[in-house]
Design a protein around this ligand. Sequence first.
Ligand code: 2P0
Length: 323
Amino acid sequence: MMIKGKARAHANIALIKYWGKRDDELVLPMNSSLSLTLDCFYTETEVIFNDDIEKDYFYLNNNIQDEAATKKVSDFLDLFRNSAGIKSSAMVKSINYVPTAAGLASSASGFAALAAAANVASGLNLDNKDLSIYARQGSGSATRSIYGGLVEWRRGISGKDSYAVPVDDAKWDIGMIVVIVNPKEKLISSREGMKRTVETSPFYTSWVESAEEDLKQIKIAISKRDFEQMGLIAERNSLKMHATMLGAKPPLSYWEPESVLVMQIVRELRKEGIPCYFTMDAGPNVKILCKLSESYKIKERLTQSFHEEKIIITGPGPGVTIL
Ligand code: 2P0
């Protein structure tokens, strides 16, 4: 027996961040979050269940992966194998399409594409809601990559109702500029960083409350297409997330000097009347939320301080596609 499935999923950047789990096993978040799916960054994955191979194999960008990386994929595929009653091992081939040196190897697009491919290969044919529940168990941010545009991940009260819902197709003047400050892999994984923050930061409870309020407010701004409010809420939410990390023991900071430089440029541009807002995740790279129609103007300013190939402009991207 040999059955296969292939899918593409795009990366997403959170405007209201997910930072901390209340259940590590099920990947249940402490707070709901909201993101923008990106056009330029995606992963294509093929899953082949094959009776003739004796164990799982995982190739990423045509390179065979080590035991640890393969185990993550295997454990995730078990969710599908168990539900579908499949006993076969799998061959998994994944390609990350990320502009050169972007340093954005994304677990969001990775697990969303793997989930969508496994969904086809296993014959489970889950709908998007259930697909996001499965993707979540691979990586929290993958929950949101099932859909395109602006997407909310509702924290839910159990494993069965913590999933993503589409909020807005983002087919208006929205863009994102990714500024690559340092493409190297981060020293402290998000998983570890979140755990430390939840367990030791005295600011953590306030962060959760504040993030839920930010989510409410940003959804109002989105429904009114109030770009300025949307950006201001997102920028502040990101800073608050990083503030909880500074309060952790030992403290955690993903910022580098050039990250701060990008923030300063964004603030200057705003003073000049260009609406743009920064957001940062578990790494030193900075993403700028802007109007797509103004992205080239902003890029031009950034090239005074950064190499052109370190500045990537992207529009909103689609949800998962079966290939
Ligand atoms: C987010 N991040 O909302 C937040 C903001 C980073 C900062 O989701 O442990 O790879 O696999 O659930 O999803 C990155 O963490 O973590 C992330 P796991 P994930 O996008």
